[in-house]
Design a protein around this ligand. Structure first.
Ligand SMILES: [Zn+2]
Ligand SMILES: [Zn+2]
Length: 509
């Protein structure tokens, strides 16, 4: 039969700041139960042979106080008459704290007794709580291109990063989207205005929602075009200017992407940092140099987009694209149309510059003109640029008419047909206009430059637009460079910030 053991000892409870509660520092001696009678002292107890005072120097860690009475302490004895262990401990240690101790000492029976002599620095304080940790939770966006929803929290503070909308979800909200919209956050921080990051932005109105100041102007212009106003709770952050949400410090870093005013976001609290890249690239007009000089030397966690991992998408620079555009436009015999996203402001700049270099004027439909005007600065837009004109692809009424008439540089379809050679960005919704215009001009020699991700060719409206353009006699060429970082550039960023933890989101892999 297995021999039973009696365990006696002394212990200290050291506060655990990471997880809350206590860590026990224990000293013990065990005796065979059969020897209990002989070992008992005159009052019938088996006791540990050393006092806390005598044992502390051996038990303590170097950084801990020398005073053996600083931490809560206690003693385990064996009551020979009652055949059970008894524990005497500081009153601040709860029964469940002491039950943990039973496991450590491997004893099954124990009576807890309070001993008011055991006074420590903690006797009258609450149980130690865990020091909060900066943490993240990716709700959606892994193994998916976009639709990002990420939570970042520290103690009581909880931030939602991005308000991406499922692109194939239509108007219907998914269960996760509904949950996120109902969850109480201290604030939402959005990296840029693309729908897979900001598609739900006007549906979250119960807390502040932050986006870059320029991106906010673009959202405002989009709302205006729809005859709506941007919700009041959408606020702006600015490049490099840190702001606080509860206990978390947020710093936005302007980066290059196919959306105007896109940011990487740094979250800091409790000495830890998380850098979230949003969508970015280093081959746009903004290079990595400026950003690399500003980013922190090191972060603990890097949550990076990975759109181009394992793909061979073209990643040449926006300047190179401009050069190639000049070649195409120079050799075109008629008007040049660009099939591109209206909100890709950098692309607008590239084609405007190419048009100008080829002596052509530039047309922007009302929507594009509003977005370009909202971007401001050196972005080509009617009125400010001599050679940029606004037009409407279809008759406008009400609010849109008012918006259109605010532009002084504007032209109707007749004037466009009879006017100087031009370059004009178009979208699939402008097919009717394209047909009408082609009836007024001889479209032979006209060129359509496809300047979007090749995957959009599969969309019904894009397919129809391309087919119809071909039957109208437009020659089609592709000229596009990715709005996302190449695999090499993803690696360069990781190397630059040296994160211990590297998480990839926004990827098909
Ligand atoms: Zn995205
Ligand atoms: Zn994007």
């Amino acid at each position: 039969m297995e021999e039973n053991y009696i365990r006696v000892g002394i212990f200290w409870a050291i506060p655990n700041r990471e997880e809350g509660g206590w860590d026990f520092r224990m000293l013990q001696k065990s005796y065979p139960a059969s020897a209990a009678e002989q070992l008992a002292n005159p009052v019938g107890f088996i006791d540990y042979p050393y006092s806390h005072y005598d044992a502390w120097d051996d038990a303590r860690h170097e950084t801990e106080p020398e005073d053996c009475y600083f931490y809560p302490r206690g003693r385990i004895l064996y009551d020979v008459k009652r055949k059970m262990h008894r524990i005497f401990a500081d009153t601040c240690l709860s029964v469940s704290d002491l039950e943990d101790l039973m496991d450590f000492y491997d004893i099954e029976d124990m009576e807890v007794c309070r001993d008011e002599h055991y006074v420590s620095a903690y006797t009258n304080s609450p149980r130690p709580t865990a020091r909060p940790k900066l943490s993240y939770h990716i709700l959606r966006g892994k193994e998916k291109i976009g639709e990002n929803l990420i939570e970042i929290s520290y103690g009581e503070t909880k931030i939602l990063v991005e308000l991406g909308k499922a692109l194939d979800g239509g108007e219907e909200l998914s269960d996760l989207e509904k949950t996120v919209l109902e969850t109480k956050y201290d604030a939402v921080v959005v990296s840029h205005y693309h729908a897979d990051h900001a598609g739900l932005i006007d549906k979250k109105q119960d807390c502040p929602v932050y986006i870059g100041a320029g991106a906010r102007r673009i959202l405002e212009a989009m709302s205006k075009f729809r005859g709506e106003t941007l919700p009041q709770n959408i606020a702006a952050y600015r490049d490099g200017r840190s702001f606080r949400i509860g206990k978390i410090r947020v710093t936005p870093y302007l980066c290059d992407h196919s959306a105007f005013d896109s940011y990487m976001l740094l979250f800091e609290a409790g000495g830890k940092s998380i850098l979230y890249t949003g969508d970015f690239r280093f081959h746009g007009r903004k290079t990595s140099d400026v950003l690399f000089a500003r980013l922190p030397k090191r972060v603990d966690v890097l949550i990076s987009e990975g759109t181009n991992l394992g793909s061979e998408k073209p990643c040449f620079s926006e300047r190179e694209l401009e050069e190639r555009a000049v070649e195409l436009i120079k050799n075109a015999d008629g008007p040049v149309f660009i099939l591109q996203s209206a909100s890709n402001i950098d692309r607008l700049v590239s084609f405007y510059r190419a048009a100008k270099r080829c002596g052509r004027i530039f047309y922007e439909d009302l929507y594009t003109a509003l977005l370009a005007s909202a971007a401001g600065g050196s972005i080509p837009r009617p009125d400010v640029f001599e050679d940029v004109f606004a037009f409407t692809p279809r008759p406008v009424r009400g609010n849109r008419k008012d918006l259109f008439f605010e532009f002084e540089h504007k032209r109707g379809i007749g004037a466009i047909a009879k006017g100087r050679p031009f370059v004009m960005p178009v979208r699939p919704s402008m097919l009717g206009f394209l047909q009408k215009l082609c009836r007024k001009i001889a479209p032979s020699g006209a060129l359509l430059i496809y300047s979007m991700w090749s995957g959009y060719r599969e969309k019904d409206d894009v397919k129809e637009f391309l087919e119809e353009a071909q039957s109208l006699g437009l020659k089609e060429r592709t000229l596009h460079t990715s709005g996302h970082a190449s695999a090499d550039d993803l690696m360069r960023l990781h190397k630059r910030v040296g994160a211990d933890e590297y998480v990839i989101v926004h990827t098909a892999r």
